[in-house]
Ligand binder design. Structure first.
Ligand code: PEP
Ligand code: MN
Length: 288
């Protein structure tokens, strides 16, 4: 039995040849074409000024996609649950102001068409990864899907959910490693860095990493981001808030705009190395 046989439930997601890659397109953004895409913004959309300030700062620092939650699956049912439709229209306003594409989470199948009217990419959160009715509704909107790995999901489980989306006619899928539950408590989740090259070697889909939810504390985010890049990720999803200590959700792991600038500067030489490495792989493929 081959190592890859464990992914056999996801036949349409698996590579048919080493260079078999699906490029995911959302507006002017492409994932999986060799570029590196940063998605950044607050965990929750809170106010117009909070969102616009964040959007302007992350765009200036080089992000291409604005992330922000309007529907929030919170750990506690008594925590802020998101602004809903009002949050979606603030995201659309921030897109108009900055040109950033928008990614936001959809939590219920009934909401999928409405969220798709506002978002360029629909996020399926960790807690929803195996909600097949939601996956079906999200797939039918025709929007690209950012599929986050469930916190107790194996790589094979993640690919099975991707297969579910493909089976409903949507193969514009971005896979996201965001940390998994283990016995370790020093970080909020355990960042499965090996999951990135595993996914890159078996799946046709672009793979990004979310160092914010993996780390749970902002000081670790830049290092995990650099690690994800070095491991072969196609991009990042990072939480940024103008005043992290006042954030309505996930403030401890959110970067300030200044922290985000510093992280993007730190990543620049690594991105350069990555681009050069990919070019030499392409050159070798051309020669071969
Ligand atoms: C989020 O992106 O804010 C989020 C809730 O992430 P996850 O589904 O990975 O916990
Ligand atoms: Mn969050």
């Amino acid at each position: 039995m081959s190592w890859k046989d464990q992914f056999a439930d996801a036949p349409d997601v698996l590579k048919r040849a080493p260079d078999d890659r699906i490029i995911v397109r959302a507006g002017h953004v492409a994932l999986g074409d060799g570029g590196f895409v940063t998605m950044a913004g607050p965990c929750s959309v809170e106010t117009e000024s909070q969102l616009l300030e964040t959007a302007e700062r992350v765009a200036r620092a080089g992000a291409q996609v604005l992330r922000g939650g309007a529907f929030k699956p919170r750990t506690s049912p008594y925590s802020f649950q998101g602004l809903g439709l009002e949050g979606l229209s603030l995201l659309a306003r921030a897109r108009a102001a900055t040109g950033l594409a928008v990614v936001t989470e959809v939590m219920s199948a009934d909401d999928a068409p409405m969220v798709a009217e506002y978002a360029d990419i629909l996020q399926i959160g960790s807690r929803s990864m195996e909600n097949y009715a939601l996956l079906e509704a999200a797939a039918h909107t025709g929007r690209p899907i950012l599929l986050k790995r469930g916190m107790v999901a194996t790589v094979a489980d993640l690919l099975r959910s991707a297969q579910c989306l493909v089976s409903h006619g949507n193969s514009q899928i971005i896979l996201c490693e965001r940390g998994i539950r283990t016995f370790e408590t020093a970080t909020r989740n355990t960042f499965d860095v090996a999951g990135i090259p595993v996914l890159q070697s078996v799946a046709r889909l672009p793979v990004i990493a979310d160092p914010s939810h993996a780390a749970g504390v902002r000081d670790l985010v830049p290092t995990l981001a650099r690690t994800a890049l070095a491991a072969g990720a196609d991009g990042l999803l990072v939480e940024v808030h103008p005043h992290p200590d006042q954030a309505w959700s996930d403030g401890e792991q959110s970067l300030s705009p200044d922290d985000f600038d510093a992280m993007m500067l730190d990543l620049a030489p690594w991105r350069e190395l990555r681009a050069r490495a990919l070019q030499s792989v392409c050159a070798l493929e051309t020669v071969a």
